[in-house]
Design a protein around this ligand. Structure first.
Ligand SMILES: [Cu+2]
Length: 319
């Protein structure tokens, strides 16, 4: 309701301004034209870049149908995002291989970002930047969906605190299936405050996207097979990490930062080390906590993520 109200106010102001500068009945027509073009601009889809927006970073982001090797045997058809950097540091974009998850974007607060989103799916889609403070037109509201072959140009400045955010499709009534098919990526933001904390970085800063999936005998993704699932929510029988079942990672001694995102449609997770080693939670959805908190386990609801470090080695964890 709020944007609509603002729109009216802006239009009203424009109208008043025009009316003030104008005299007589003739100028009533230009005033009305201003009024209608203003409303059109606020609701139109952004298909071309704004030349006045000076982007530090430009990214090409596509939603595509792809085949990836997830299980032994036949590859699985998935829907996924693929990104490439057009302007700015190459480290901004990290595509993950042989998986449906990703990419991982890494930004710094204050950067101005332009993302060309191209929908190569056989249905409407739009990208929502979950947790980001950005202009409404760049927020991926379902009314901004674009059809197959169309492009939406996002332009916004990174104003959020350092933290782990994510992006996913947001078409009305189709968000669940599109995320399930594989569309989800991470949006990591850093800032000076975080960089002064000496947290693990580089290879010791690991994205962990947890999702449950069900595959049929031909390795195809299966979603909402029966009425109970449609009512209570989908629960897959295979847990994937960054799009891979039975995921494992060999780590060296030292402290790791795990950016854990529950990207599942309904499943809730309780995460703990199997030997009871405590976890140190350092952040939630909204960024860094005021102070680290030790936990025996962490609960992850859907559309939530926590970031934690462990002062123990992965060898300890695996053992
Ligand atoms: Cu979301």
């Amino acid at each position: 309701m709020k944007p609509a109200k603002n729109k009216t106010t802006n239009s009203h102001r424009t109208f008043l301004r025009s009316a003030l500068f104008g005299t007589g009945a003739l100028l009533a027509t230009p005033s009305l034209l201003t009024l209608s073009s203003c409303t059109a601009a606020a609701t139109s889809k952004r298909a071309t870049p704004n030349p006045d927006f000076n982007a530090d970073i430009e990214i090409d982001l596509k939603a595509v149908i792809d085949k990836v090797q997830i299980l032994p045997g036949q590859p699985t058809t998935v829907w996924r995002y693929k990104a490439s950097i057009l302007k700015g540091p190459a480290s901004t974009v990290q595509n993950l291989n042989d998986t449906f998850t990703g990419p991982v974007f890494r930004f710094k607060k204050g950067q101005k970002v332009r993302i060309f989103f191209r929908n190569n799916l056989p249905e409407e889609s739009i990208v929502h930047w979950h947790g980001l403070h950005i202009p409404e037109i760049a927020d991926g509201h379902p009314r901004f969906v674009i059809g197959e072959g169309q492009t939406f140009v996002y332009e916004f400045e990174i104003v959020n605190r350092a933290g782990t955010y994510w992006f996913h499709p947001h078409p009305h009534g189709r968000t669940g299936p599109q995320v399930y098919n594989g569309l989800a990526g991470l949006f990591i933001i850093t800032n000076d405050e975080e960089q002064a904390l000496d947290l693990p970085t580089g290879k010791q800063d690991i994205p962990v996207v947890i999702q449950d999936r069900t595959f049929d005998s031909k390795n195809r993704l299966v979603y909402l097979q029966n009425r109970i699932q449609r009512m209570t929510g989908f629960l897959g029988d295979t847990i994937t990490v960054n799009g891979k079942p039975n995921a494992s990672l060999n780590l060296n001694a030292g402290t790791y930062r795990l950016r854990v995102l529950n990207g599942s449609n309904s499943r809730i997770y309780k995460l703990a080390f199997n030997d009871g080693t405590p976890l140190t939670a350092i952040a939630t959805d909204g960024g860094l906590l005021a102070a680290p908190v030790q936990k025996r386990y962490i609960m992850l609801g859907t559309e939530k993520r926590k970031t934690f470090t462990t002062p123990y080695t992965m060898q300890d964890i695996v053992a």
